[in-house]
Design a protein around this ligand. Structure first.
Ligand SMILES: Cc1cc2nc3c(=O)[nH]c(=O)nc-3n(C[C@H](O)[C@H](O)[C@H](O)COP(=O)(O)OP(=O)(O)OC[C@H]3O[C@@H](n4cnc5c(N)ncnc54)[C@H](O)[C@@H]3O)c2cc1C
Length: 447
């Protein structure tokens, strides 16, 4: 098979990229989706802002026919015990939706197919190579086990947070945290608290809960907590999860009339980004490029938005703009930096548990003093340790920080020099956080 553009992954980002491209011209586009049929996915809240992107993709009217539940906003106990209401109607000028997520994903993929994309379900991309003329050759494994080859001029990695194609190109995922979502779905019969069309959010000492109504008279209740704390408190065991839920002020009201879960689904919800979101004739979109905290309910929005940006990038490249792919990377990087700042602001509104590691990790809690003397001594042991680090910064940036500490100096000088040398729009906070990480991992020495 010969394609202009091969899209790996048929989630919202992959389907939207095909739609955005097909709005611009007649490309031969193939979407490879490894699942054979729709699977259960979390990510059901769609704030009103998404309708502008769905309109831009030309599918808003069709979306409105799909009958997803309306969502009026959020009711949150965040920063205080009592619930505060954020009405989408007043804050965002309209209503949002609580999606039947697998139906939404299937519908969007169907829209891409109607526009002319070749959608191939049960096809997993398992390898890639460059052809002599610079095209990509993808190895595609069929559900039946046989493997076929596909050539494409451009590849879009929409494979979700595993970013498979980007990783094959040598990009690395950089994690900002180890957030997990532990979810259970219940039938809603008999629970008076569920008549509401608000997403319920409640902060607790070791994380936060959210509950949202799903179609087919169901509700999803999810605990968001860091991986180490989940292990420490045994929260992945349904019994402990239920006990923790019973201790909440608001979300526990949803338990009335429903039985305890026998099984929890665990979803990684790390905020993370790729150190390279694009390269020669490829780019990553959606979660494959950057993954956002579910608190923002913006995963689908970002998937659609990055798809539109990716299509523009491909068009610019075809029109002869050689730096289109590298500009896309810079733009994505900038958007992620500004998201991190917003995330810190949201989490800083909760000050009831100043000693809780969960909140400290997200609120800009710094232990490093500007006067602390930092030093780095290279050795094979330290280099091995450094190679394994994948948090906060790319390994290139972590190396640079270490090099700057080779001659001992105060932390403030290291930060200033790093920001001068990287030429990127980074906050000093981000750099200090990375220095603390290097010091905690005993790669640099702080005295
Ligand atoms: C707990 C939790 C709650 C969330 N809540 C919300 C919310 O309320 N609102 C919101 O907007 N977002 C939410 N999100 C985020 C949202 O679900 C994601 O951001 C969104 O799904 C990203 O879409 P995507 O297309 O980039 O990736 P995905 O939806 O992950 O799709 C990637 C696709 O690629 C396919 N694939 C992977 N590898 C291959 C391969 N090798 N070959 C072929 N196919 C492959 C996968 O099968 C998958 O279908 C939440 C996330 C979590 C974890």
């Amino acid at each position: 098979m010969e394609l202009d553009i091969a899209i790996i992954g048929g989630g919202p980002a992959g389907a939207a990229t095909a739609l955005a491209l097909l709005n611009q011209g007649n490309w031969r586009i193939g979407i490879f989706e490894k699942s054979t049929q729709p699977v259960f996915r979390v990510g059901e809240s769609l704030p009103p802002s998404n309708q502008f992107l769905l309109a831009q993709l030309g599918v808003l009217d069709s979306f409105k026919q799909e009958g997803h539940l309306p969502s009026l906003g959020n009711a949150s106990a965040w920063g205080e015990k009592t619930l505060a209401f954020n009405d989408f109607w007043t804050s965002m000028g309209g209503q949002g939706w609580h999606l039947d997520r697998s139906r939404f994903d299937t519908w969007l993929l169907g829209e891409a197919a109607k526009r002319g994309a070749i959608v191939m379900r049960g096809r997993q991309v398992v390898g890639c190579a460059r052809t002599p003329n610079g095209d990509w050759n993808l190895r595609v494994k069929h559900q039946e086990g046989n493997v076929t080859q596909v050539n494409a001029s451009i590849v879009v990695d929409a494979s979700g947070s595993r970013s498979i194609f980007a990783h094959w190109q040598g990009s690395r995922s950089i994690r900002m945290d180890s957030l997990l979502g532990l979810a259970a779905v219940f039938p809603v019969d008999g629970s008076e608290a569920l008549t509401t069309h608000y997403t319920l959010i409640e902060a607790v000492e070791f994380g936060w809960w959210y509950a949202a109504r799903l179609p087919k008279n169901q509700v999803i209740i999810t605990l968001m907590c860091d991986r180490d704390l989940v292990h420490q408190y045994g929260l992945s065991r349904p019994k402990n999860w239920t006990t923790a839920l019973q201790q909440t002020d608001h979300v526990q009201r949803l338990l009335k009339g429903i039985t305890n879960p026998t099984k929890l689904q665990v979803f990684p919800a790390f905020s993370q980004y790729l150190d390279q979101t694009s390269g020669e004739n490829w780019l990553a979109v959606g979660d494959a490029a950057c993954k956002f905290d579910p608190l923002s309910s913006s995963g689908i929005y970002r998937a659609l938005d990055s798809a539109i940006q990716a299509a523009d990038t491909i068009k610019k490249f075809q029109d002869g703009q050689d730096n289109a792919f590298s500009s896309y990377h810079l733009q994505t990087e900038l958007q992620f930096e500004s998201y991190l700042e917003q995330r810190r602001q949201y989490y800083s509104q909760e000050i009831r548990w100043p000693l809780s590691p969960f909140w400290q990790r997200r609120q800009g809690y710094l232990t490093l003093s500007p006067k602390t003397i930092l030093s780095f001594q290279s050795s094979s042991q330290v280099t091995t340790r450094l190679k394994r680090l994948d948090k906060y910064f790319s390994s290139k940036d972590l190396y640079l920080l270490c090099q700057l500490c080779q001659i001992s100096k105060p932390a403030s000088e290291v930060v200033r020099e790093f920001l001068r040398q990287t030429h990127r729009k980074l906050s000093a906070y981000r750099t200090i956080e990375a220095l603390q990480y290097l010091s905690d991992k005993q790669v640099i020495h702080a005295a």
